[in-house]
Design a protein around this ligand. Structure first.
Ligand code: TGC
Ligand code: FAD
Length: 389
């Protein structure tokens, strides 16, 4: 297959700094050399490519926006977003791994943790020597996490944790889980370490999507959690929702990468596949498809760049993050499906990345708030009326 060519129809790069471009190019090369050659094999086997983790850590991909004193790269949010874009052009599972480690594990430790929790965990997580996961969703509470039933009791010298989480990315391979549970009816965050008695982490099997990613249940049966493992600085459900903003932001960028991968593959294929005596790229219907794909990618780029700039200034709002996650994943999935059409039967083969990206995006559309949840979040913002209940 021809080497991936940058998708930049509107001179998007002129809005980036040299450093942002350099970071993007470095990760693009990493993806090309290290993810693309191995990912189909992992996807078919249903395994996560752990061999990528040390190099991802070395390149500063974990907790990339956090402080250097914890071993992090102190990138701005736009550079971080571009990293997510390039990783997801490789595979949504690899981007998910980096998202969870950064936005859902390191961010809450950094934001809500004690000094001791930060000093101990952040450097280890940044170096990829420890892996984390984030447990919010429960079997009976997905879109409505506020209803969670996982419960902690204060037994003076420790907390006792009971309950279950489901659909947890990295669960089985994680050394530490950030677990959200109710203590006296209020949501709090706890660090649950691998090996804690009563804590089991069965891997969930049978996925047709995100196969190169570990997804697990977390089960807590009378787990004794040391007192020092509660986050001291949380404020109810709002705290896990703040973590979701970070991850949703990364997903908005990541979806652009998956869409670019599908578009680039479809364009190359259309230029070389001959039917009725000419390349299928020369038929009007194919051109309409390519035009639609490129237009949507271009719109995504500008929406997300502006969101990143607002975030860097500290003025982005969570509803804006919802709009970008909703829009970009929706159109990335649409682009994946159109790309599959352009490749005809070849579109279903794992020789091309399209079916994998498209299947992955089905999960991405659901996790971190479903498309419908983001519609209602923006809808409430516009109208002042909540339509959740
Ligand atoms: P609600 O009353 O609306 O909110 C409670 C308080 O939180 C505030 N808030 C937020 N703050 C920061 N960021 C956000 N995104 C926020 N959303 C709400 C809100 O203003 C309120 O503050 P205050 O001061 O008034 O108390 O809460 P609700 O229970 O009605 O929930 C609303 C809803 C639906 C928006 C929320 O529950 C939601 O977002 N549901 C979707 C659940 C979800 O996204 N789960 C994701 C699980 S993690 C995951 O999927 C990881 S995938 C990992 C990977 O592999 O990449
Ligand atoms: P439900 O909430 O049961 O929703 C089912 C359908 O009903 C959806 O279409 C939804 O939009 C719709 N719906 C629900 N309520 C309303 C309403 N009020 N109005 C209109 N429509 C509504 N969670 C974590 O905590 N950590 C993780 O690391 C994690 N990783 C994941 C990895 C994968 C591969 C997947 C698939 C999920 C992961 N999740 C994780 C869980 C994910 O966040 C949830 O699946 C998601 O929030 C939706 O919850 P649900 O699947 O229970 O769907």
């Amino acid at each position: 297959m021809p080497k991936f060519k940058s998708v930049d129809y509107y001179n998007f790069d002129s809005l980036l700094t040299e450093e942002e471009i350099l970071i993007r190019e470095t990760v693009r090369e990493f993806t090309e050399e290290n993810i693309v050659p191995i990912i189909e094999d992992h996807y078919m086997k249903g395994t996560f490519p752990m061999e990528l983790v040390p190099q991802m850590a070395e390149m500063g991909m974990f907790g990339a926006t956090l402080l250097a004193k914890y071993g992090c790269a102190e990138m701005n949010n736009v550079a971080y977003g571009l990293v997510m874009q390039e990783l997801e052009r490789g595979d949504s599972g690899v981007r998910s791994f980096a998202s969870v480690q950064s936005s859902l594990v390191m961010y809450p430790i950094y934001t809500f943790g004690s000094e001791a929790q930060k000093d101990y965990w952040l450097p280890l997580l940044a170096r990829g020597e420890k892996i984390g996961c984030f447990g919010l969703t429960e079997p009976d509470f997905g879109s409505n996490p506020g209803g969670m039933i996982t419960k902690a009791e204060d037994l003076n010298d420790h907390y006792l944790l009971n309950g279950a989480k489901m659909w947890i990315t990295n669960g089985t391979i994680a050394d530490v889980a950030v677990v959200w549970a109710k203590l006296n009816g209020v949501v709090h965050g706890f660090l649950v370490e691998k090996g804690t008695k009563g804590y089991t982490v069965p891997e969930m099997k049978g996925k047709h999507s995100l196969r190169a990613s570990v997804t697990s249940e977390l089960i807590f049966e009378d787990c004794k959690i040391p007192k020092e493992n509660i986050f001291p600085n949380t404020s109810g459900l709002k705290s896990p929702l703040m973590c979701l903003n970070q991850a949703r932001y990364g997903i908005a960028w990541g979806a652009i990468g998956a869409a670019m991968g599908c578009y680039d593959t479809a364009l190359n294929y259309a230029l070389s596949r001959i039917q009725f005596g000419k390349p299928i790229a020369g038929f009007q219907i194919t051109q309409e498809k390519l035009t639609h794909m490129l237009t949507e990618i271009t719109k995504m780029q500008f929406l997300t760049l502006q969101l990143g700039r607002l975030k860097d200034k500290g003025v982005s709002r969570f509803q804006q993050v919802s709009m970008a996650k909703r829009n970009n994943v929706y159109h990335a999935l649409e682009i994946g499906r159109i790309a599959r059409e352009i490749l005809g039967a070849n579109g279903i083969l794992n020789e091309y990345p399209i079916m994998r990206h498209t299947a992955n995006l089905e999960s991405v559309k659901t996790y971190e708030g479903t498309h419908e949840m983001h519609t209602l979040i923006v809808g409430e913002d516009i109208t002042g009326m909540s339509a959740f209940e």
